[in-house]
Ligand binder design. Structure first.
Ligand code: IPM
Ligand code: MG
Length: 361
């Protein structure tokens, strides 16, 4: 197969971790007889430096012309980076939001798995960590507070800021269907997370999710309020299979879920639209504090590349080969500093990538 992959290395640790994911993809191509052509795309701070804006129309078109996009991370230190002296609509994050919207990537899949080998990094009590967990957070990605109208104005001498939270039943239905489809391939349970005791948008969310659930009689549906969910994620994460939720709640809960796995450096993500196209990126941020030191954990990006093979190219065997290689490297005791524990062998970004490649044969 020939794969046309757009690559957004991005800012901070982005370039380092993407290089390792490309190395692993190249290894897969070599072993399984595929060819890959990469197109480098600028987005976020890297694009601001060159083009003055975080995403150009041309880059968006190039992304659309790719089969899939592999991304590192974007953004810098909000206190020190000149990018954050620009108005909000010109900052790195605005580029990411425009890209998500421009590509209609409404379904964001964020798997959070506790690897057996990494139990020592799990901050939860041993009896909870021992039970392990494997959940998929399905976050709606192109609606809600992120894309509603916003304004800041002075009314009668008082500053007032406003952010609109809007959801249509169409937007809720399409993400709910995706959530149930994925649950069918997993343990057939959906926990729909909302704030229906307060918000109208959540009440509509609940109603539409219940309608969709009727088409999936094999899937168990439960509703959970978001504050309770935040608590349950640290109390009993094993109860979750698919967590289905709106944009803002999904942003917050996915960071929480990732921390519970031991390190945000382990978590992949996929953002999908109605087609086979997808944007694949680690769940974590650009970590400007450790950028350029060669110590960042590339595993989340490498696992994102595996998700790309699975969801955009239907290459399940190749995706599994990457996931198995990651498991093997961890099993052999290799750790980047974020997941280091006693008795393990500490390696840098590049060596982790090399070790993973060496298991793909
Ligand atoms: C994420 C990030 C983004 C988000 C930021 C960078 C805009 O936190 O992908 O979770 O809030 O969606
Ligand atoms: Mg986030």
């Amino acid at each position: 197969m020939n794969m046309k992959i757009g690559v957004i290395k991005g800012d901070g640790i982005g370039p380092e971790i993407v290089d390792e994911a490309m190395k692993v993809l190249d290894r897969i191509a070599e072993v399984y007889g595929h060819s890959i052509s990469y197109t480098q795309l600028l987005m976020g701070g890297a694009s601001i430096d060159v083009n003055g804006v975080p995403l150009t129309d041309e880059t968006l078109e190039q992304a659309k012309a790719s089969d899939a996009v592999l991304m590192g991370s974007i953004g810098g230190d909000a206190k020190t980076s000149p990018w954050y002296r620009l108005e909000p609509s010109k900052r790195p994050e605005a580029g990411l939001l425009s890209l998500r919207k421009g590509l209609n990537l409404f379904a964001n899949l964020r798997p959070a798995v506790l690897y057996r080998e990494l139990k020592a990094s799990c901050p939860l009590k041993e009896e909870i960590a021992d039970r392990g967990f494997d959940m998929m957070i399905m976050r709606e990605l192109t609606g809600g507070l992120y894309f509603g109208r916003r304004s800041t104005e002075v009314i009668d001498g008082v500053s007032v800021a406003k952010d609109e939270l809007v959801y249509s039943e169409t937007e809720i239905r399409r993400i709910a269907k995706r959530g149930f489809d994925i649950a069918m391939k997993r343990r057939k349970k959906v926990t729909s997370v909302d704030k229906a005791n307060v918000l109208d948008s959540s009440r509509l969310w609940r109603k539409v999710v219940e309608e969709v659930a009727k088409e999936y009689p094999d899937v168990t549906l439960e509703h959970m309020l978001v504050d309770n969910c935040a608590m349950q994620l640290v109390k009993d994460p094993a109860q979750f299979d698919v967590i289905l939720t709106e944009n803002m709640f999904g942003d917050i809960l996915s960071d929480e879920a990732s921390m519970v796995t031991g390190s945000i450096g382990m978590l992949a993500s996929a953002s999908l639209n109605e087609t086979k196209f997808g944007l694949y990126e680690p769940s974590g941020g650009s970590a400007p504090d450790i950028a350029g030191q060669g110590i960042a954990n590339p595993i989340a990006t490498i696992l994102s590349a595996a998700m790309m093979l699975r969801y955009s190219f239907d290459l399940d065997r190749e995706a599994q080969a990457i996931e198995d290689a990651v498991g093997n490297v961890l099993g052999d005791g290799y750790r980047t500093t974020d997941i280091m524990s006693e008795g393990m062998k500490q390696v840098g970004t590049k060596e982790m990538g090399d070790r993973i490649c060496s298991y793909i044969k």
